[in-house]
Design a protein around this ligand. Structure first.
Ligand SMILES: NC(=O)c1ccc[n+]([C@@H]2O[C@H](COP(=O)([O-])OP(=O)(O)OC[C@H]3O[C@@H](n4cnc5c(N)ncnc54)[C@H](OP(=O)(O)O)[C@@H]3O)[C@@H](O)[C@H]2O)c1
Length: 286
């Protein structure tokens, strides 16, 4: 797979999002492990997870544990793998998602993630979502402190607007490695953040790049132009969507979710799909 950078780390241009393997609708563990192994076989070296990817209150970090175990059981060399996790979201167990961006919570969360991932330092730690009750500088300032203390190797933010990206970059002293925002054919309002990351040299990780777990399969039905370009190339509309966003900037590293090996095997091939300028323009306009 073609490579891209997140901070000083090289990763395959398409990562794997772990959420579908751990939240509502998740499959049996065996299928998830096969999915992670298929991703590794296909050259995926970026795995996106979060302590909040779980269902029940007593299984915080379900997805972090799953990914750590699947990496360990793969059998190959995983030294080049970057695990990107997140803190600042909670799931109390009633189906809801809440936020806590307080320094105390983030410090506690990082300790839990370190244990579950079985590492001395987290590869990429992303502040999951701004907490309206906590000044942004306090949350991101805690991430900076964790970076200075060596608990995390790279720092990122998620669900951030352009102002917050600039603010985080300043708080982190120019060390903001990544921004993870929603971006897909269906959700394009993060284009200004993508552009800013391109300008500042920060990795931009589009999340829910296929429209989200329940809508990803119907991408081609919902967006006829993506289906048309896909037919021209003899590939899936999902692969075209990923190639389209990869072409927007060398900083883009999409993290499509998957809970089946076939999904991620198809998605990684977007890295080799080149669209014409005319196709790119048609998809931009679609
Ligand atoms: N930072 C945040 O706030 C935030 C929010 C949401 C998500 N995320 C991250 O972003 C990742 C991706 O988002 P997402 O999982 O919500 O949505 P998504 O990537 O848009 O869609 C995921 C679904 O797409 C299907 N899929 C994947 N590749 C496919 C292909 N080539 N052809 C057909 N179907 C394909 C998978 O189906 P199968 O399950 O059948 O394999 C999967 O369930 C998450 O896993 C998570 O890591 C972050």
């Amino acid at each position: 797979m073609k490579q891209r950078s997140i901070g000083n780390v090289q990763v395959g241009a398409v990562g794997l999002g772990g959420m579908p393997m751990s939240i509502e609708g998740r499959p049996e563990i065996d299928r998830s492990v096969r999915t992670v192994h298929a991703a590794l076989d296909a050259g995926v070296t970026l795995f996106d997870t979060a302590d909040a990817y779980h269902i029940h209150a007593d299984e915080v970090g379900h997805n972090e544990t799953l990914i750590a175990q699947a990496l360990a059981s793969w059998g190959g060399d995983t030294s080049g793998v970057l695990i990107a996790t997140k803190g600042g979201h909670l799931r109390p167990g009633d189906g809801s998602w809440t936020v806590d961006g307080s320094p105390a919570h983030l410090r506690e969360a990082v300790e839990g993630s370190l244990k579950r991932l079985g590492v001395d330092a987290i590869g990429l730690y992303q502040f999951h979502r701004p907490d309206p009750r906590i000044p942004y500088e306090d949350s991101v300032g805690t991430v900076r402190d964790l970076l200075d203390e060596g608990k995390i190797r790279l720092a990122g933010i998620s669900n951030a607007n352009t102002e917050q990206i600039r603010q985080a970059q300043e708080i982190l002293g120019g060390r903001l490695a990544s921004v993870q925002n929603q971006f897909s054919p269906a959700f394009r309002s993060s284009e200004p953040e993508l552009r800013l990351c391109d300008e500042l040299g920060i990795a931009f990780l589009p999340y829910s790049p296929l429209g989200g777990i329940s809508r990803a399969g119907a991408l081609g039905d919902r967006f006829a132009e993506f289906a048309r370009v896909a037919a021209t190339h003899g590939v899936s509309p999902q692969r075209v969507a990923l190639a389209w966003m990869l072409a927007k900037s060398p900083r883009v590293v999409p993290i499509p979710g998957a809970s089946r090996p076939e999904s991620i095997i198809d998605s990684v091939q977007a890295s080799e799909l080149t669209l014409t300028d005319a196709e790119q323009a048609q998809l931009d306009a679609a």
